[in-house]
Design a protein around this ligand. Structure first.
Ligand SMILES: Nc1nc2c(ncn2[C@@H]2O[C@H](COP(=O)(O)OP(=O)(O)OP(=O)(O)O)[C@@H](O)[C@H]2O)c(=O)[nH]1
Length: 361
């Protein structure tokens, strides 16, 4: 039987730096043929576009597959498994598969999907890499947004009850084989070391915790862990499910049963996303400041997309994680329509009309 193809799952909260890390990895692939599967939250394929537009010969459009919007654990049969099969049936099979989950995904259901008979004999989970926004986490947040997290806490009657954000974060840590404390450039050495030590204490035994800036890590550190995570699910507790569902002892490896069982254990409605379109923008710097104000006023967790700037053939890529807004011209619009489109992601209950109005002003 041919050796199984290794697949690495890259997970981590919204804006932690998953796409940046993958981009660095592709640019330094040393001839390894890597196929990518991307699962984004929000209908606008920003991460896919950024990766396809990066110009590295190692990431051609052919090697990037996007899962349709949605929660992986509920679309395994319709979306993930067929996508994997397509990839595995190619003549030119990849050396390695990298899967970027949405920042709001629980990694466990995805790892569990590797036990489905349709793919279990042909691929294995090489390892789960969890990217952490070091700056946000060392400030006591898992998203760089005090207002949103505080608002959520206030809604909680029982102080001990975890917020959906911290549940996600804990699940992503509990499933990790390697934790990347990213954005180390924004932390002092002392704070970075303290966070590494703290996460080492929280992670399972033997989990590596490493620091990085802009996801710059050697490919040999990230890939080739050889863990076989799908055989080790029982050790990757889903914090949320254990605490809140005491009848749940279904942590065996029957994938279909488990998938069904978890179908609605987590609340998809806890988060929402929509796209805002507008006409051209005159001044990129002023518009970035405007976006930052809107984010603060409305507790938006993540905002990203492309902006058409008057007189510029290049598109302006906008990336906001909490109130910190990055913007840069990355490439010409090319065949894509010359328009401004931004995806807004936040906890449910965003004031869409007001946000649209403020972003279009
Ligand atoms: N200062 C700093 N910024 C970073 C670093 N890594 C990523 N960023 C920036 O953080 C923003 C989000 O990075 P992405 O790589 O898109 O994050 P992501 O985890 O893929 O985001 P989602 O897919 O939306 O969950 C971008 O503006 C990046 O340039 C880092 O190490 N340091």
């Amino acid at each position: 039987m041919p050796a199984k193809i290794p697949a690495t799952v890259v997970t981590g909260f919204l804006g932690a730096g998953k796409t940046t890390l993958i981009r660095h990895m592709l640019a330094n692939a040393n001839g390894k043929r890597i196929a990518l599967i991307i699962n984004e939250f929000g209908d606008l394929g920003v991460d896919g576009d950024i990766l396809k537009g990066c110009g590295d010969e190692t990431c051609t459009e052919d090697d990037i597959m996007e899962l349709s919007n949605g929660c992986i654990c509920c679309t395994v049969a319709d979306d993930f498994i067929p996508t994997m099969q397509k990839l595995l049936d190619r003549e030119n099979v990849p050396d390695h598969i990298v899967i970027e989950t949405s920042g709001l995904a629980l990694p466990q259901p995805l790892v569990r999907a590797f036990n489905w008979p349709e793919i279990s004999t042909r691929v294995t989970v090489d390892g789960v890499v969890t990217v952490v926004d070091g700056k946000a986490v060392s400030e006591g947040l898992f998203a760089h947004n005090v207002a949103a997290v505080d608002a959520q806490r206030k809604l909680d009657e029982n102080l001990d009850h975890e917020t959906p954000l911290s549940e996600l974060f804990e699940d992503q840590i509990a499933c990790a084989d390697m934790i990347i404390v990213n954005k180390a450039d924004l932390l002092g050495d002392t704070a970075a070391d303290a966070l590494v030590a703290k996460l080492k204490g929280e992670a399972r035994d033997g989990v590596q915790v490493v620091r990085a800036s802009h996801g710059a890590l050697p490919i040999d550190v990230l890939l080739g862990q050889g863990i076989g995570a799908e055989d080790d699910l029982a050790n990757r507790h889903e914090v949320h499910h254990h605490h809140h569902d005491h009848d749940d002892d279904h942590h065996d490896d029957d994938p279909k049963d488990d998938d069904h069982h978890h179908h609605h254990d987590h609340d998809h409605d806890a988060f929402e996303s929509f796209i805002v379109s507008r006409d051209e923008v005159a001044d990129p710097k002023a518009y970035a400041a405007q976006i930052s104000d809107v984010i603060k006023a409305h507790g938006i967790l993540r905002l990203k997309g492309f902006v058409a700037v008057t007189g510029k053939p290049m598109r302006l890529t906008v990336q906001a994680v909490g109130p910190r807004v990055d913007h840069y011209f990355d490439q010409p619009f090319g065949a894509a329509p010359r328009e401004t489109r931004l995806v807004v992601i936040g906890q449910a209950g965003l004031d869409r009309a007001a946000i649209e109005a403020a972003l279009c002003a």
